[in-house]
Write a protein that binds this ligand. Sequence first.
Ligand code: ATP
Length: 572
Amino acid sequence: MSSESSGSSSAPPGAGPGPGASGTADGGSGVGGTAVELRGITKRFPGVVANRDIDIAVGRGTVHALVGENGAGKSTLMKILYGMQRPDEGVIRIDGKAVTLHSPADAIARGIGMVHQHFMLADNLTVLENTVLGAEKLHGIGSRARKKIKELSDAYQLGIRPDALVEELGVADRQRVEILKALYRGARTLILDEPTAVLVPQEVEALFANLRELKSEGLTVLFISHKLGEVLSVADAITVIRRGTTVASVAPEETTPKQLAELMVGSELPSAETRESTVTDIPMLRVEGLRLSATGSDGVARTVLDDISFTIHKGEVLGVAGVEGNGQAELVEAIMGMSDPDGGTLTLDGQDISHAPTRVRRESGIGYIPEDRHRHGLLLEAPLWENRILGHVTEKPNTKGPALGIPGAPQLLALGEARADAGRIVAEYDVRTPGIEVTAASLSGGNQQKFIVGREMSHHPKLLIAAHPTRGVDVGAQAQIWDQIRTARREGLAVLLISADLDELIGLSDTLRVMYRGRLVADADPAHVTPQELGSAMTGAATGHLDHQEDGTASGGDDGPRHQDDGTGGDK
Ligand SMILES: Nc1ncnc2c1ncn2[C@@H]1O[C@H](COP(=O)(O)OP(=O)(O)OP(=O)(O)O)[C@@H](O)[C@H]1O
């Protein structure tokens, strides 16, 4: 049943803020009128009310942020507005008119566009082809489409060339192509799902400039973000969602990141832990001369890992900064045994694992938080308790045996123990789920991530390969995951941390390296480096040791790129 088109709502159009709201920033009061109204929206899933009586009005020509804890219901609400989910109750009004949205095509027809967190572009096609794909027949594309793309790109200063091949574009450009694609389809309201999660600070600034440009042309932007500082810098209005319902509408100039976080969780956040060094001189992972090449779709072989060497010691977090696509993902895959490097050696705790299969590497004590949790971290359609076993099928508590007490006999899966332990992870890591029987797919993104972190930490790894460990995770859960990593590090855990979140890299790492075009080109002291300095090295503008300058800029050392390690790693 759906009552979107009935027009029945507890609140009149353009009415004040929802329950508990401060009333200062309900977007409906914006000078340009109301672009989108969501009134009394309720959406139930088995065992969960994802949205409960949500009330939001978004002013036309404004940037409106949605914040809230993992599982609060933000994505569900945006999927409802984009026609991907049907609400059980409530009214959607676009430009004052009640509408029923059966599909994204319906939403697009009404001027709603969405840029998902995982871009949906075909790599081997051009910007032009990607933009018109699905919007019109490919054979119909030509000068008219090219002209329109150029006009849109110029009007909103997106700097996109219609004939550029998508696979040659960096993350920030791909995001602009997604925005362009939505504009091409006539979007007047753009939904962006965590748009800054993969961007370096300079790119975030550029995106925000684009958003301001869109706004000045009367477009409306709705975006979800966990980065509260950024939210405060770009949003005109902020809606806080807690446990499925709108709890506050806040004006950015009247709040701080801390207050916002507390509105999200409904209580005070713990204060950050002070840092102390736990780095030892005992090597845990030694990577020497790692090289990998890959053949692109043009048939040309390219070097993706170029003579990579470093050591991570017991109790040390080595952070690798880099713009996505500079070899970090390939480095992780090579360490996990998921690719076949051209050369180099890997030594884990004194044992040569260069040619060991992934399972053996895991059993030797490597925990793995993958970048792509859907492809490598979870079986989405399997229940959560089965996901407890994934990647740890030969380890306790998932196994018992040997069978029948016969030495040498195969081990058996210990299903009861695995279930019980899945329940423990859910409780300990605050994974918001109706239970362990639901599929992993039904959890919100941040809760899926918390489950993976819990699973990997439960095996007390010697080495944790953590790729974006808190991506999509709310501030409270992020602090908790950082604490867990710090605690394990005090007990000797070595960590390879890959992250696009520079605050996370700086805050957690003992040693920092910068990866650029497959090489480790710079290093920095996390106690002194700034996100801006790291950002410049990530774009290739600074190399060597990033000496902190008083004026806040970084200067590379004069000894050129220092991608070679002297074997001592980054110990301080
Ligand atoms: N398809 C689904 N089936 C069952 N439950 C679902 C489904 N989609 C979402 N949920 C549940 O609805 C609730 C809200 O999820 P939603 O993804 O909207 O949260 P979110 O605020 O976007 O979280 P995050 O910040 O982690 O992305 C969660 O409890 C989630 O488990």
